[in-house]
Design a protein around this ligand. Structure first.
Ligand code: UDP
Length: 249
């Protein structure tokens, strides 16, 4: 599968359908697969944290989640056929799970939230098999129990909603013990799907302004989001460097 690199982080150039096909193959073959959603914030963090970068590089499928990644691709001449957001891909996978008989497990978010999301999905898709759920606020010493619970439930897909980099750390530490074919970190998706956090209006999602809506709802995110302008500057500098090289030739 075509993979670009943006400042040292791979990002697959794929459509939702390609990603679904990839998951289908993983479930069918039992190939251990970790799906990681890439946005400018993660790229910037990885640039200043080599340990984190090495952790992220262990993923198997890198989906272009942030609009900034698509924009960077356009500026730097790396074509992405489509933006594949974590939350939309999650919803699509659940729909596929219901029709293909894949069992799912939800881990993360405050107590009660993953249960509520699972219940809503079961109502929406009566054939969906929810193998289990667990909140994301357990103590470090309880992790082995949580892992054992997931293992015993034997899901095909595990969605981990514990924020970054905690969810990535959980997946890397446990993916082979868990025995689950497909693991995916889904950040705050359960909060959004349970209606606890609002998603930006569709016109903002389409025009790439979703990030500004998140700052509006959660002003405390402004510090985290400051990675965005830095990312923009970095991309533009790289582009200028490319243009200069072309001019020198
Ligand atoms: N969370 C969790 N355990 C923790 C810390 C966070 O389950 O120890 C949950 C939190 O309740 C929220 C999600 O992880 O549902 C993180 O959401 P956020 O929007 O911050 O995700 P990100 O922006 O990192 O993708």
């Amino acid at each position: 599968m075509l993979k670009h690199e943006i400042f040292g982080i791979p990002v697959n150039a794929l459509t939702y359908q390609d990603a679904v096909d990839w998951v289908t193959e993983s479930v069918a073959t039992g190939r251990r697969s970790w799906i990681l959603a890439i946005n400018p914030e993660k790229i910037m963090k990885a640039l200043s944290d080599e340990k984190l970068r090495r952790l992220l590089l262990q993923a198997d499928l890198f989906i272009p989640d942030g609009i900034g990644v698509l924009w960077a691709g356009k500026v730097l001449g790396k074509r992405f056929p489509q933006r594949v957001t974590g939350v939309d891909f999650l919803s699509l996978l659940v729909k596929e799970a219901a029709t293909r008989g894949w069992k799912i497990f939800l881990l993360g978010a405050p107590p009660g939230v993953s249960q509520e999301v699972a219940h809503d999905w079961e109502l929406k898709y009566p054939s969906l098999q929810v193998a289990g759920h667990h909140h994301g606020y357990y103590k470090a010493e309880e992790e082995a129990q949580v892992v054992a619970k997931i293992r015993a439930a034997a899901p095909d897909l595990l969605f981990v909603a514990m924020g970054s980099p905690r969810q990535e750390q959980f997946i890397v530490n446990n993916r082979f013990v868990l025995g689950v074919p497909v693991c995916m970190g889904v950040g705050g998706s359960f909060d959004v799907l349970s209606g606890r956090k609002k998603r930006a209006p569709v016109w903002m999602q389409k025009t790439g302004l979703e990030w500004s809506y998140r700052i509006f709802l959660e002003p405390s995110r402004i510090l985290r989001m400051s990675a965005l302008p830095k990312f923009v500057i970095l991309v533009l500098r790289r582009k200028l460097g490319m243009l200069k090289q072309e001019g020198d030739r």
